[in-house]
Design a protein around this ligand. Structure first.
Ligand code: AMP
Length: 430
């Protein structure tokens, strides 16, 4: 088997011998993907719970959308010159040959749903949140996965930059509630279709002068989409761009006013921020306010959330001219740096029913089921083990109480209830 092609897939299979020495093939998960197991998942659930609560307090409604869409949707919204569309999408023809893509982000699909179901008809102002997996075929490394999770929020129908501020406030509050240390909000503006061309031209001119220091991607983007160059993560490119012009010197009066309003209301709400003139975000559809939450605890992958205004996208995708703004948080990174500990949220049995003898065991099973139905988490043993090993298991599971019942106790109509913390035992009537 290994000589006929599978050997190239070393990451897919692990060779093992069974107890008779025969070769067994164990299938491993796909590179860049990961399992979230009990012991970790409790923290994820708590993060989800706290996020949902915060969103709902701010009037957001949950939206669920498919994980696959027509490829065209992402090409048109995210933009052809982006890393995502150029090289990271999981795109394949389905059995009929239609090109479909596993969603690399959520905004495009939420906009599609907003337009398709005419959610704007009754009231253009709509606020959505979403939690779920996204897919990008990036080079796997610490903090970067090919299936990763995001928490998304989008607000449609409000042109005022005050909602951008509200989004930043929600982000900062959420990170605080999730005990994430060392975060800072970075903000910038990308201007609008009126003032951005002037900035683009100035940037392009500057890029021409440092062309010999740029990577081949940047050279290509310099001509087609120069803003994207500011987003390049290659250290040499970043160094070459130290003296790049700032969009803040090229803003039209409306964009300047909006950005001032963002800063002023962040000050009023006492949300600290850094103005980051290189913050352009990787996707094409952004305009005006953009922001990122960065953390000191993640090394190179310092952005844990990002977002901004995308006023043109609803129209671009076939809807009316309706402004919109939103953000996405990287869940995996958030979980890594959150101070919430999975052990604090792990549900342990309230009671373990240790039964000795046939009759008691059958009753123990019945009681365990009935307790479960009333919301009391109960466990029992199904394999006729000794009392000692049942007690050991109860201890390992972290049960608060053990109810010990044997056939003799049954006849007397009693059982022993042991408090596992105080080791106190009381005889109780059945
Ligand atoms: P983006 O949609 O690219 O603006 O990303 C928003 C956030 O999602 C980022 O700040 C990251 O925290 C997270 N993120 C993006 N790509 C990945 C990935 N491949 N693996 C893990 N997290 C990611």
């Amino acid at each position: 088997i290994f000589n006929s092609g599978l050997s190239g897939l070393g990451w897919l299979v692990e060779r093992q011998s069974d107890d008779k020495g025969r070769l067994q093939i164990m299938i491993q998960l796909i590179r860049g993907f990961k399992d979230i197991l009990p012991g970790e998942v409790e923290q994820w659930q708590e993060i989800e719970r706290i996020s949902r609560e915060l969103f709902e307090d701010f009037g957001f409604k949950e939206i669920r959308i498919p994980i696959m869409e027509r490829t065209e949707l992402f090409k048109r919204s995210i933009g052809e010159d982006t890393d995502i569309v150029e090289k990271e999408m999981y795109t394949f023809p389905d059995r009929k040959g239609d090109l479909i893509t596993l969603r690399p982000e959520a905004t495009a699909s939420i906009v599609r749903a907003y337009i398709q179901h005419k959610l704007f008809a009754k009231d253009p102002v709509q606020k959505f949140y979403l939690l779920g997996p996204m897919f990008r075929r990036e080079r796997p490394q610490k903090g970067r996965y090919r299936q990763f999770y995001q928490i998304d929020a989008e607000i449609f129908g409000v042109a005022s930059p005050l909602v951008d501020v509200q989004l930043i406030l929600i982000l900062v509050t959420l990170f605080d509630r999730l005990q994430v240390p060392d975060i800072s909000a970075h903000i910038n503006t990308l201007g609008c279709p009126q003032c951005r061309p002037g900035f683009k031209a100035a940037l392009q001119e500057m890029l021409m002068s440092v062309s010999d220091r740029l990577c081949s991607n940047c050279i290509r983007r310099r001509d087609r989409n120069p803003l994207r160059v500011l987003d390049c993560k290659v250290p040499d490119c970043r160094a070459a761009l130290k003296e790049a012009p700032s969009i803040l010197d090229h803003l039209c009066s409306k964009c300047r006013e909006d950005f001032a309003e963002v800063r002023c209301s962040l000050d009023k709400l006492k949300v600290p921020y850094v103005i980051d003139k290189r913050l352009v975000r990787g996707l094409d559809y952004y305009a005006r306010t953009t922001f990122e939450i960065q953390t000191g605890s993640l090394g190179a992958q310092s952005a844990v959330a990002g977002g901004g205004r995308y006023d043109g996208l609803v129209k671009e995708l076939g809807g009316p001219q309706i402004p919109a703004t939103g953000f996405a948080i990287g869940f995996d990174r958030l979980a890594e740096i959150s101070g919430l500990k999975p052990a604090d949220y792990e549900r342990k049995p309230d009671i373990f029913v240790a039964a000795l003898g046939e009759k008691s065991q059958s009753l123990a099973f019945e009681w365990t089921c009935r307790l479960g139905l009333t919301g009391i988490c109960a466990e029992t043993d199904f394999s006729n083990k000794s009392l000692k090993s049942q007690m050991k298991r109860a201890d390992r599971l972290g049960a608060s109480y053990v109810l010990i019942v044997g056939d003799q106790e049954l006849e007397e109509g009693t059982a022993i209830l042991r408090n596992m913390a105080t080791k106190e035992q009381t005889s109780i009537s059945l």
